[in-house]
Ligand binder design. Structure first.
Ligand code: IMP
Length: 180
C-alpha cells in the first residue's frame, strides 16, 4: 500500500511533542553525565531516521559536541525489516581514542545497531562507545543488542514521525504516530 492510499487523518499520536522534548532533555543530561571528563563527544547521527532526534538531543547537551553523519538503509519501503542492511555512506573521521555516541531513531531487530557497534569498536577503537536510541522495539529483536540508553519502549507496531518514515514520507511529523 502506498502512502497516498493511507489517510493520514487516521494517524494516532503515540508520543506527543512535549513528551518527546522532555524525555530527550533527560537523555541529553544522561549522555553528558557519561562523558563528563571534558573531552569532545562525537555524536554519530544515523541518517535518515535519526535526524530529528539527533538535532534535538544535541541542542540540550552541554558536552563539547562534534556531529558526524552516516547513512544506512534497512527497511526499504516495507513496514517489516528486510533483515538486510545497505551501508550508503559510512564516512567518518578517525575516532580512535574518542568518545563516540551513536544516535538511532529506533532499535527494531537490532541488526543495524549490532552492525554499527561492531564496525565502530573494531575499526575505530573509540575510548568509549555509547549507543542511544529514541525508541526501543524490544519485541522485534533478532540480536542480543540493547541500547545503552533509550527514550521509550514501543510495542510491535509500525511507527512514523519525528524522523521515522513510511515509504519516505511522514518524517516531518513533530510527534510519533501510528496507523491503527
Ligand atoms: P533494525 O536494524 O531492524 O533494528 O532497524 C533499524 C531501522 O529500521 C531503524 O533505524 C528505522 O529506520 C527502521 N525501522 C524500524 N522500525 C521502524 C518503524 O516502526 N517505523 C519506521 N522505521 C522503522
Amino acid at each position: 500500500m502506498e502512502i497516498r492510499d493511507k489517510n493520514t487523518d487516521d494517524l494516532k499520536v503515540l508520543i506527543d511533542t512535549n513528551t518527546l522534548t522532555e524525555r530527550i532533555k533527560e537523555l541529553a543530561s544522561a549522555v553528558d553525565e557519561s562523558f563528563k571528563n571534558g573531552d569532545d563527544v562525537y555524536v554519530v547521527c544515523v541518517l535518515k531516521g535519526s535526524v530529528m532526534f539527533c538535532a534535538e538531543l544535541v541542542k540540550y547537551m552541554k558536552s563539547k559536541v562534534q556531529m558526524e553523519f552516516i547513512r544506512i538503509s534497512s527497511y526499504g519501503n516495507a513496514q517489516k525489516s528486510s533483515n538486510k542492511l545497505k551501508a550508503i555512506d559510512l564516512t567518518l573521521p578517525d575516532l580512535e581514542g574518542k568518545n563516540v555516541v551513536v544516535i538511532e531513531d529506533i532499535v527494531d531487530t537490532g541488526l543495524t545497531a549490532k552492525y554499527l557497534i561492531d564496525l565502530l569498536s573494531l575499526e575505530h577503537r573509540p575510548k568509549k562507545l555509547m549507543f542511544v536510541s529514541l525508541l526501543n522495539k524490544k519485541c522485534a529483536r533478532k540480536t542480543d543488542i540493547e541500547p545503552d540508553l533509550y527514550g521509550f519502549e514501543v510495542d510491535d507496531k509500525f511507527v512514523v514521525g519525528f524522523g521515522l518514515d513510511y515509504a519516505g514520507y511522514l518524517r516531518n511529523l513533530p510527534f510519533i504516530g501510528y496507523f491503527p
